[in-house]
Design a protein around this ligand. Structure first.
Ligand SMILES: [Zn+2]
Length: 428
């Protein structure tokens, strides 16, 4: 644990830089970095990190042999291949401490109808100590925190005594391939911290996520004789209902899970996008539904996939048209495992000590029903994946916002964690 004098130095540095941190976060939020549109932000980020003296590796997913890794997810569309990743490295001369990866995703989900927002979603408006905007909370606040935690050491006249990779990735909201690409490219450390907005809690467990697209056909006829056609949208609705029932069954089994037993219906099924039909007075000849379903840590991805396919198959057999024209199920994104950060790692103990020092209270653990990128580190590369970050509200919703006070404290606790985990020595 950093001693009181060191913590005070870091706190003074975080304070001194905080105005810059808030304006950095506002700049981040002003980039509408939805999937396929992240490059301008990543190019800007690469310049910001290079200006701090880091060695910067900026590359696209197409430059990494991702497909060779069994845990790469199918790319959603062609835009993924050119998706830009940034790894900035502090290389310690004669490292004596433990190395660290700090990673945040800069992709955000679409903002939806803007008239439903109190402030425009990419305006980064500040009101009463909160910054509003798409991504302000999930997770550009965490990205600002990790970068300014490193800056705090420097402002305090210090540097980490071990290598630190500061990584901004894409695809967190759709496949996780951005995070995986950094590992396939060869970046490693003794711990990874992903400052997702957890409100100062450590993520003990996260569920996995699968994406699939159901494609349904119909028979188009004039609606005047609808009984002689087949309505693909209604057929899709029938399949959605079957998948809802399937999810109830999965959640029954979740009641016996070590980590999720205490959470009501932790596995969420969501039909998230629907497309179909061509004319209001024709029975629709086609319908596609993009869906998401959760799975428990330890569940076998392939087995959950087969369960979904079986469910759709069986539901189709009870429909006259679908029985002879079976719907297709395509896996078009996330094939993500759940992950448990097993209690007792040294990395978590060091983070907990830093948190307690800054917040004056023990670091609580949370169990989440969403996915994050720590799974790649923890499950496939033997690197403890800590998911811990600032406080906010409204992830994926209207009026998403982050608490600036909490952001400042989190920046300090991450700085204290870095100083302890990596060791801090006078800037050389
Ligand atoms: Zn996130």
């Amino acid at each position: 644990m950093p001693d009181a004098a060191l913590l005070a130095r870091l706190a003074a540095a975080v304070d001194a830089n905080f105005e810059k941190e808030v304006s950095f976060l506002a700049d981040l939020v002003k980039f509408p970095s939805t999937r396929g549109n992240e490059a301008p932000l990543q190019d800007w980020m690469a310049r910001q990190l290079a200006a701090r003296g880091y060695g910067v590796d900026r590359y696209t997913l197409a430059e990494v042999p991702l497909a060779a890794h069994p845990k790469a997810s199918p790319m959603v569309d062609a835009s993924s291949a050119t998706s830009v990743q940034v790894v900035a490295t502090h290389r310690a001369a004669n490292p004596t401490g433990r190395s660290l990866i700090l990673q945040g995703h800069i992709d955000v989900v679409p903002e939806g109808p803007t008239e439903m927002w109190t402030y425009p979603p990419y305006s980064a408006t500040i009101k009463d100590g909160w910054m509003y905007g798409r991504g302000a909370h999930d997770m550009k606040s965490g990205v600002a925190a990790m970068i300014f935690a490193m800056d705090a050491l420097k402002t305090a006249g210090l540097e980490p005594a071990a290598d630190v990779h500061v990584q901004t990735v894409t695809e967190e909201e759709s496949t996780g391939n951005g995070a995986l690409s950094t590992l396939v490219r060869g970046y490693r450390a003794e711990a990874a911290l992903i400052p997702e907005p957890t409100g100062g809690t450590i993520t003990r467990a996260h569920t996995g996520t699968l994406w699939f697209r159901i494609k349904v056909r119909g028979v188009p006829v004039h609606v005047a004789v609808a009984q002689s056609g087949s309505n693909a949208i209604m057929s899709a609705y029938h399949l959605i209902q079957a998948l809802q029932a399937h999810t109830v069954t999965l959640n029954e089994a979740a009641k016996r899970n070590e980590w999720y037993a205490g959470i009501d219906s932790p596995l969420k099924f969501n039909p998230g996008i629907i497309r179909g039909g061509d004319w209001a007075s024709s029975t629709p000849a086609w319908c596609e539904v993009d869906c998401r379903i959760g799975l428990l840590p330890g569940a076998d991805v392939a087995e959950i996939q087969r369960g979904v396919e079986r469910c759709v198959d069986q539901a189709a057999k009870t429909d006259n048209f679908l029985a002879n024209n079976p719907p297709l199920v395509e896996w078009h994104g996330f094939l993500a495992d759940g992950y448990v950060l097993e209690p007792g790692t040294e990395a978590e103990a060091v983070l907990a000590a830093a948190h307690a020092q800054v917040f004056g209270a023990a670091m609580p653990a949370r169990i989440t029903t969403a996915v994050n990128d720590t799974r790649f580190y923890g499950l496939y590369f033997g690197i403890p994946g800590l998911c811990y970050g600032p406080k906010g509200e409204g992830a994926h919703g209207f009026d998403e916002r982050t608490s600036l006070d909490h952001l400042k404290q989190t920046t300090l606790s991450i700085a204290a964690f870095i100083a302890d985990w990596c060791g801090a020595r006078p800037l050389g």
